[in-house]
Design a protein around this ligand. Structure first.
Ligand SMILES: N[C@@H](Cc1ccccc1)C(=O)O
Length: 501
């Protein structure tokens, strides 16, 4: 019998190795695991080996677990401190024990909940009693962590699941293949097998020399494990933004666009934001050191200034605070895309604004915020407005319900809010799918007369700004916005997440 050398090596090693798994055979033969698997399938097709598949669970320790390897699980540290303080005799205050144990931060809660769960003692109105018979030296969770750290396996699946719930390990499943020679395989080995040279790639030289006619080609193995190729793909934020645009277009909206850096007039003045409003100070705004934008529509500027100074209508009240045209012309990065809504509603953008109208944008905005799990310095806003006669808050809520439903979000909550430019105003909240926490996802309201009158609009306009990244959080369950942006991003999440249409 003749076999390609890799198959012969695998058959030979499988015959002499205890527990001939693919990994072991790869060690024995010096072949890559994928080649061993490939050879094994070929040998199986020849009836020379059997391939048995089982799934094995790998458990990997998290960083938190590594900390506990040295110091002991927090509940064990608490128990030791309790014994040292004599809590097996009489109750000792929790505060004292926590101090003595050196536990801090989230570890305190972890210690307390697991202490009771594992029967190390009882905690009652702030006092701790320790069970003298408990023995932390045989704590199964600690022992399991130590075994795993030493590279040994732990068979108790309940225990492993418990450690996973505590986020001390991450379990993953993999297929383990065991390759056993059949009787035919052993017989063939005993009878002696010749090496058949096979060629796995055709070269130009082989073609010109004609050698290709005489060689034996390696069989194509479509079942072999192949390396995973990470191709480029569209970012989930972009994919979701495209989806949002489709949904809004489907709801009859037209798209707005306009400058990222704009005159404060469009960003704030038109919105009846007083010029001394905190959001307009240099703390919050990304001001640009460039000449102001002078070609603002003069009549509109006058009407806006008048609304700021004197209010609108017969009994209107303005701000009686300073207003300067220079500030209105000053350029900053837009902190919201409501600047686009103002450009469109004023007619300045050149689009049709006879009611009824609906417009939207999904565009970037810039805020001088502090970076944290829910805030970025630049993010995408889903801006929108509807202009029509007799709009009510019901229309606003109904629009959001219809919109968010397209993304599987059906439990929107509304809370009253304040914006200088809308009355009434509502903040929108959704429930985070994994933490269950309420997450603010947007801000909305009906534009006030102080905004609409200078723009010359006589009907109602309802409007909103929703955060695209927060929508993404609710859809895909990540907790830190930095998982999808920047150097801390979670590549696994970005690679695996399917944006479902
Ligand atoms: N501009 C508001 C959103 C909003 C737009 C229009 C009306 C009401 C609210 C924000 O950024 O939070």
């Amino acid at each position: 019998m003749r076999l390609p050398d890799s198959q012969l090596a695998v058959l030979d090693a499988a015959n002499t190795t205890d527990e001939p798994t693919v990994d072991r055979l790869a060690d024995e033969t010096g072949l890559k695991s994928a080649s061993v698997t490939g050879a094994a399938f070929d040998l199986r097709d020849e009836g020379l080996v059997s391939v048995e598949e089982t799934t094995d669970t790998d458990a990997e320790l998290t960083d938190e677990a590594h900390e506990y390897l040295d110091d002991g699980l927090p509940e064990i540290r608490l128990y030791r401190a309790a014994i040292d303080a004599g809590a097996d005799d009489e109750p000792v205050s929790m505060g004292q024990l926590i101090g003595a144990s050196g536990l801090g931060g989230p570890q305190v809660d972890i210690a307390l909940s697991n202490f009771a769960r594992k029967g190390y003692g009882v905690i009652d109105s702030g006092d701790v009693t320790a069970d003298p018979d408990a023995d932390p030296d045989v704590d199964p969770e600690q022992a399991a962590l130590e075994s795993l750290a030493a590279g040994d396996s732990v068979d108790d699946t309940d225990l492993l699941d418990q450690l996973e719930r505590r986020e001390l390990i991450v379990q993953s499943e993999r297929t383990v293949r065991t390759i056993q020679p059949t009787d035919e395989g052993t017989a063939a080995l005993e009878a002696g097998i010749e090496v058949a040279e096979t060629v796995d790639a055709l070269t130009p030289e082989m073609l010109t020399s004609g050698e290709w006619e005489d060689v034996e080609f390696t069989e194509y193995n479509v079942e072999a494990d192949a390396p995973r190729v990470e191709g480029g793909r569209k970012h989930i934020l972009r994919q979701t933004s495209d989806r949002v645009k489709d949904v809004l277009v489907g709801m009859g909206f037209k798209e707005m666009d306009g400058p990222h850096a704009d005159a404060d007039f469009w960003i704030n003045d038109c919105l009846f934001m007083p010029q001394d409003h905190p959001a307009r100070t240099h703390w919050d705004r990304f001001a640009l050191d460039v000449p102001g934008i002078q070609d603002l529509p003069d009549q509109l500027v006058d009407r806006v200034e008048s609304a700021h100074r004197n209010g609108v209508g017969d009994d209107g009240e303005g701000y009686h605070s300073p207003w300067s045209r220079d500030f209105a012309e000053a350029v900053a990065l837009r902190g919201h895309t409501t600047s686009l809504s103002m450009r469109y509603l004023s007619g300045f953008a050149g689009a049709d604004i006879d009611p009824p109208q609906r417009y939207f944008s999904v565009e970037k905005v810039y805020r001088n915020d502090t970076l944290d799990p829910t805030h970025l310095l630049e993010f995408f806003q889903i801006e929108g407005w509807v202009m029509a006669e007799d709009l009510s808050v019901r229309d606003l809520m109904g629009t959001f319900e219809e919109f968010y439903k397209q993304f599987g979000i059906t439990d929107i909550q509304f809370k009253p809010h304040y914006n200088p430019y809308t009355e009434p105003s509502f903040e929108l909240f959704g429930t985070h799918p994994t933490t269950g926490e309420l997450v603010e996802i947007g801000n909305s309201g009906m534009f006030r007369p102080e905004v609409l009158e200078p723009l010359g609009i006589e009907c109602d306009v309802m409007a909103w700004g929703l955060a695209l990244e927060r929508l993404l959080m609710l859809m895909y369950g990540f907790e830190d916005i930095r998982d999808v942006h920047g150097t801390l991003c979670d590549l696994e999440l970005l690679r695996e997440t399917e944006v479902v249409y």
